[in-house]
Design a protein around this ligand. Sequence first.
Ligand SMILES: *[C@@H]1O[C@H](CO)[C@@H](O)[C@H](O)[C@H]1NC(C)=O
Ligand SMILES: *[C@@H]1O[C@H](CO)[C@@H](O)[C@H](O)[C@H]1NC(C)=O
Ligand SMILES: *[C@@H]1O[C@H](CO)[C@@H](O)[C@H](O)[C@H]1NC(C)=O
Length: 400
Amino acid sequence: MPRPRLPLLLLLPVTVTVTVLLLLIPSSRPPPPPHSPIPCGAAPSDATAGRWVPTPPPLPPPLYTPSCPFHRNAWNCLRNGRPPVAALSWAPARCGGGVVPRVDPAAFLAGARGRRIGLVGDSLSENLVVALLCALRAGDAGARKWKRRGAWRGGYFPREDVVVAYHRAVLLAKYTWQPVENSKLQKDGIKGTYRVDVDIPSDDWVNITKFYDVLIFNTGHWWGLDKFPRETPLVFYKGGKPIEPPLSIFDGLKVVLKSMASYIESEVPGKTLKLWRTQSPRHFDGGEWDHNGSCVSHRLLEEHELDSWFDPRFNGVNKEARLVNSAIQEALVDTDIQLLNLTYMSEFRADAHPAIWLGKKDAVAVWGQDCMHWCLPGVPDTWVDILAARISHYFKQGDG
Ligand SMILES: *[C@@H]1O[C@H](CO)[C@@H](O)[C@H](O)[C@H]1NC(C)=O
Ligand SMILES: *[C@@H]1O[C@H](CO)[C@@H](O)[C@H](O)[C@H]1NC(C)=O
Ligand SMILES: *[C@@H]1O[C@H](CO)[C@@H](O)[C@H](O)[C@H]1NC(C)=O
């Protein structure tokens, strides 16, 4: 059958015209950057806009079990008899219905070959590092514990020569106990003070700023009266002298955040990926931890409930996360430290704390429920997936 040639011939003048027109347009715009799509989870906005959905089938096998040697007992909820946390995935708005994929431990380690990843901060950083260590162990059966250079907890992954470690520094700044001397009059029942040197990082991390290729900081959960009550308050020093007039605990936090951020800016090399993890929300329902506050629940919060739980305007039990975050945000302006904003996605998850399943008989009677840390497996695994996506993308781009 002869091909119909006529329509093609008719199109020819059009093509020529378009080509001529294109040539006539002045090429003032620079060429577009090479195509490098950001994987789902790796963009900063992926954590801050999205929703929880049931993990799409088929359910991937768990990366770790209650026997992972990196566990901390109090968060090993399955071993402590808690029913499993619901299998949910985070679907960032940017990912067109897709969910953040579970970290591929072997691929992550290969991409991080020869690198070191350090976390510095309070027990919420430890909660995250335990999830990361247990997940990565699935990619290297030779993984072993690693606790050097002042690390409180860590792992070494020999196949790809990767270190992941946590340095405990609950206030980030150095703080020391100063008892009130017996000879002195004990004013207002004060037993002693904790001296915080706002301009000196704590010993646990002061000398590791050049050791790691990725550093993730946090502080926030100790800046309250339950850790530092009126009889043993924080007193802030700068340049070796007490700050006058004395700062409130929240103003002290602001000063410490600013000065730690500037220490990081000046001491951590430019090529190191610097992240600052925002505050992890607590879910004490019906009262503080020492007033029978509870989180024995399997229900996620709804979007419209979040403000009433967390907005400081409503003065609820769990308001401190957003308050601390506002101070963090302010302190990081004009630095090259990037936010790792995990607060919003975690606010929904009232269902995923250890609550009464703490693994010790009297723990709840003494400490109340734990509605602050998270069960493992659980929410920190999604933090790990997001963090791993972000780190892998950074290494792949050759920035690190
Ligand atoms: C974190 O993300 C949430 C949700 O987008 C946002 O409301 C909040 O302001 C962010 N926090 C910081 C410190 O950027
Ligand atoms: C950190 O390094 C300095 C300089 O080498 C040293 O004087 C100091 O003792 C070290 N501090 C700690 C806590 O290791
Ligand atoms: C907590 O609950 C127990 C048992 O219902 C009660 O005896 C106790 O007074 C409560 N404690 C507080 C601080 O509300």
